[in-house]
Each structure stands twice: as C-alpha cells, then as structure tokens.
Design a protein around this ligand. Structure first.
Ligand code: AKG
Length: 460
C-alpha cells in the first residue's frame, strides 16, 4: 500500500536564520525543518569520514576500540548549534540524575552516563521503526556522513496510526498494514525528507517518524526540551500515569501504597515519574530565579544586565508555572504523598537552604548562565547590535562570585518556608518573584513582564 505523501520538509541555510526566527517558526509552531550550514568545523566531519565519504571505522576502532566507558572530555567532535542550546534535559542531566531508585545504594559509585545525546551508526538498508520521541522531546539529528530518508506525521494525525483500541501503533509504515487492525492508517498524510551529509533535521515534539539509512550513515542526535515543549512532557507523563494506574486498578484495595506503586511503574515505563519531573522543574525554576535575581540586581552591576537573557528566563518561568498549575490537582501531589516521597528519597526539596548550597546546583546555574549567554551573543550578532559586554567565561566567574551560600534563600523562604511541598509552592515562589520584579520599577523589566503576562497569566 503506497503512502499518501503530502509534501516535503523545507530546507534552509541555518546561517541565514536568526535565533528568534528559529524559535518563532519552528519551536513555537512545532514544525520540522532541514538545516544546512551548521556543521562547519566539526571534528566529527573530518575524523569519522573517509575521503570517499564513507564512515571511517578505522578511526573509531583505533581511538575508542578498547573503551569501557563513554568519557572523552578532551575530544570534542561537534558543537551544538545555538538553535538547540536551550536544552533543559541535558543541562540538568550534566549535574543531576533524572530518576533515583531508593532501593539502589551504589548509585554514587557509578558513572553518570544517563544523558540524551547519541551517535547513531547504521549500514545502508537499516532503519528505525515508526515512533515519537522519548518524553515527547524535540530532537535534532546531524548527518556526519551518509543519507537518511525520513517520513513524518504531524501530531494532529497520530490517532490514525493506532489500532481500534488505541493501544498499539503501526511498526513499519512500508509493511502491508492491516486495514482491519489499523483502520485509520490509509488516511494519514505524510511529509518526507531526504537528509544528505552535513544536514541537520529538527524533529518537533510528538511527530511520529520512521527513518531509513539509504547509505552507510553516522549521525549525531540530541533529545531535548525547553519552555516551548515542556507541556508535551507533562502531558505524556499524565497519559502514561493514567495507563499505569488503569493497568493495576484491580489491586488498589489490597495495596498499601497504591500511588507509590503507580509512580514506580511510571518511572520504569517512561523513564521518570511525577516526582522526578516535579523535582526537575523545581530545581530548574530555582536556577532560573537565581539568575533573574542576579540580572535584576545588575543595576549595581550593569555588565550583567541583558534584557534578552531576562526575557528568556521569564519565558521559562511562565512555562513552568503553566505546567505546575496543571499538576497541582493530582493525587500524587497531596502533601502526604509528596512529603513521604521527599523523605524517602532524601529529596533536595525538603531543605531549600541545603540544596541552594549544593555544588551540583551551582553547576546547573553556571551552565544555564553560559548557555543563555551564548544564545544572547548569537541574538546580538544577528541583529547586528555590537556586544559590549564581557565574554561568557568572565560572566561565569562573576556569577560564581555572586552565588554566596545564602543567596536568594531569604527571598525563596519568604515565599514558601524552608521546603517546597508541592506545585502550589512553586507557583507561589514564581509569582512572588514576578511581583517583586514588577515592583522594582525599572522600565525594561516592567514592560517585559506586562507584555509577557498579557496573554500568558495573571500576575498577583
Ligand atoms: O536516525 C535514526 O535512525 C533515528 C533518529 C530518530 O528517530 C530521531 O532523531 O528522533
């Protein structure tokens, strides 16, 4: 049965696209795009490819053949293009674990290899079955060599891929898909794309896709999410949670801790549960709030003031606030459930002061500051505004100087006490900060907040 192809993915030169354009056209609208011109100078493009354009397997065996772990801090084969830098998932996983099983005690001794950055190698003819990405994240995939054929289906049509019970989806779109089992499949309208060497494809959230290697291919790939697709992650968790709950509903009455069991199953199936996600958004909010605080105090330190950065941080907090609003009614977040989870897992949220002092939290703040500094630099370059601020490294040092142990604690504790006990506290802290920011009376922050808040939320 032939596929119904509705069109091709647009291809554009990434060097001619500004960061804002990428956000407006592709991140916010959740649309795929093929980008050229973004892999100049990548070591991978020299080291991993033979002169005839095929994979240089000799290089891999000579340099990494004896590897037991994936740690090569001094070998940097690629640099993430600026468009994809605002990656909360991997920024967080560089310093924290997403899910910690309290029954496993040896975790500290293990090397943390759990990020979402991959290298795919596939011989001609190999393929990846139909799927939508983990956590409903975005992904980007850069072809270092070879050629891939992609088929995409927009999220508005995902139901056409499922069986009558909406349980399992088609595995191979080129198979002889049974019309009885998958009655909608024939109606699906696909987008296709041939990705050549040195081209990067942006895969939006929730788009099902199937990928075929038309030549021996090596690609570099990240899964990521940020303010623009955070709600996709929460919606997937919610859907998977409801399924996990339904699945064991018949043992609810004989279960001591039914909610706990649902959450354990959710983590096993989806890679994180409600608590992991809540801890993640809370720590991420605190890292954003900490920076916002620095930047706004920046009147004494004008070198740190940058309204592009502030806009970015506020956008992040508004998106987290929206998700937290959706979370707050769930059983998992009743004070009892959350408290017992926090204690059981020695969660950082049970003692704000302690976690603000933790080196891994400071690492997250520094990484975030560096990232938004780089994005801001690109923004300034593309709008041809001369950047007179200090280099990113200097900004890191300045930020570090400001991260005194009790920094921000008083502000946070004023809003919620010494611990975060659920989504309501998180909302309260964000609102409190926004209210303070508006009250600072400087023109740019007031204008920015008014503009951002107009359609997004009501301020306190
Ligand atoms: O390259 C592949 O085979 C799969 C890549 C993929 O599914 C993705 O980037 O989301």
């Amino acid at each position: 049965m032939g596929l119904n192809i509705g069109g091709k993915i647009e291809k554009i030169n990434g060097k001619e696209l500004s960061y804002e354009q990428f956000v407006e056209r592709y991140l916010k609208k959740n649309q795929p795009i093929l980008l050229t011109g973004l892999m100049d100078g990548w070591k991978a493009c020299d080291d991993w490819v033979n002169e005839n354009g095929e994979p240089n397997l000799h290089f891999f065996s000579a340099h990494f053949g004896d590897s037991k772990v994936q740690e090569y801090p001094t070998y940097v084969p690629y640099t993430t293009p600026t468009f994809f830098l605002d990656d909360w998932l991997n920024l967080y996983l560089d310093s924290h674990h997403m899910h910690s099983d309290p029954n496993l005690h040896n975790e500290k001794a293990e090397i943390n290899c759990s990020d979402y950055r991959f290298v795919y190698m596939g011989a001609k003819g190999t393929w990846t079955p139909l799927h939508a990405d983990v956590f409903r994240s975005y992904s980007w995939s850069a072809n270092v060599c070879g050629k891939k054929q992609w088929h995409f289906l927009s999220p508005s049509q995902w139901h056409l891929l499922f069986d009558r019970n909406m349980k399992s989806s088609v595995y191979d779109i080129f198979d002889d898909v049974s019309e009885t089992q998958f009655p909608g499949f024939k109606k699906a309208i696909w987008l296709e794309c041939t990705q050549e060497q040195n081209e990067i494809i942006f895969v939006p959230s929730g788009w099902y896709h199937q990928v075929h290697n038309q030549e021996d291919t090596i690609s570099i790939n990240h899964n990521w999410f940020n303010a623009y697709n955070l709600s996709w992650v929460w919606n997937l968790l919610l859907k998977d949670y409801k399924e996990a709950k339904e699945y064991i509903d018949d043992i609810r009455d004989i279960c001591d801790d039914f909610e706990g069991l649902c959450q354990r199953n959710l983590a096993a199936n989806t890679g994180m549960n409600f608590f992991d996600f809540f801890i993640f958004i809370t720590l991420f909010s605190f890292a954003n709030l900490t920076q916002l605080h620095h930047l706004c105090k920046g009147h004494e330190n004008p070198i740190l003031v940058s309204s592009g950065k502030v806009r970015h941080l506020i956008t992040n907090l508004i998106s987290i606030r929206k998700v937290a609003l959706n979370m707050k009614s769930f059983e998992a977040f009743t004070v009892e459930n959350l408290s017992s989870f926090l204690v059981e897992n020695c969660s950082p949220l049970s003692d704000i002061r302690k976690f603000l002092e933790e080196s891994k939290f400071i690492e997250l703040c520094v990484a975030l500051n560096r990232t938004y500094g780089m994005i801001d630099d690109q923004r300034k370059q593309s709008s041809e505004v001369k950047d007179t601020s200090t280099s990113i490294c200097t900004k890191d040092c300045l930020l570090l100087n400001y991260l005194k142990p009790d920094f921000g604690y008083l502000d946070f504790s004023e809003a919620c006490g010494s611990k975060v006990s659920g989504p309501k506290d998180l909302i309260r802290i964000i609102d409190y900060t926004f209210a303070k920011l508006s009250g600072m009376g400087n023109d740019w922050s007031t204008d920015l907040l008014t503009e951002l808040n107009q359609h997004e939320m009501s301020v306190l």
